[in-house]
Design a protein around this ligand. Structure first.
Ligand SMILES: [Zn+2]
Ligand SMILES: [Zn+2]
Length: 205
């Protein structure tokens, strides 16, 4: 597949474009405010918050045991189970906008309740969105015929490939496998047995 085509598939994807629009609006608002050192601090907090939320939602929400409720099952299939079934299918690679936009809103609202400041929350939201794009891009590279250039990039692609093809109970962090190290799910590939359900999360006991 041509490199250009691979880039186009990512940047022109509907859900990515909408989030990019939201990002630009937020950056625009941020620019009208007085920037200070704390703006960068809140931006950085947003980045770290996204790393943890990415890990925790992947592990505890997306990998939840099959819900009995038909509607919930349908949601979780679209959000993650189907992606495990067909890891390379383009339209299943991206988080749908009906999931990303409300989660962004909830995270920012929580931050606003804690900080009580609109500008701090805006900086936080920008950090969240920045890391969201890093996540989507790293996830895209991990599941498409793109070769990462850096050692770190190669390692990310490898850990996510292990999550899909070796054992779905490890290597949850996509943009940041460091969080796996904290929670004990970053293992040496030799120490982990091959799982029969990595491609079919519905089949888990
Ligand atoms: Zn994946
Ligand atoms: Zn998964």
């Amino acid at each position: 597949m041509k490199e250009n085509r691979l880039y186009r598939d990512f940047f022109l994807h509907f859900d990515i474009l909408v989030m990019l629009g939201i990002f630009l609006v937020f950056v625009g608002f941020l620019m009208t405010m007085e920037l200070s050192l704390s703006t960068f601090l809140f931006f950085a907090i947003g980045i770290v918050a996204y790393m943890f939320s990415e890990y925790l939602t992947h592990r505890f929400v997306f990998h939840i045991k099959s819900p009995k409720n038909a509607f919930l099952l349908k949601l979780i299939k679209r959000l993650h189970y189907d992606h495990h079934k067909k890891p390379n299918e383009l339209k299943l690679l991206f988080l749908p906008i009906w999931y990303s936009a409300p989660s962004l809103f909830i995270l920012c609202l929580l931050f606003y309740f804690v900080s009580g400041s609109i500008s701090a929350s805006l900086a936080f939201a920008t950090g969240i969105l920045f890391m969201f794009f890093v996540y989507e891009w790293k996830h895209y590279v991990a599941n498409r015929p793109l070769k990462p250039k850096t050692r770190f990039g190669k390692w990310l692609k490898k850990t996510h490939t292990l999550h899909h093809y070796k054992n779905e109970n490890y290597w949850y962090g996509v943009s940041t496998p460091f969080v796996d190290a904290l929670f004990g799910t970053l293992k040496d590939e030799q120490d982990v047995e091959t799982s029969q359900t990595a491609k079919d999360l519905e089949k888990r006991a």
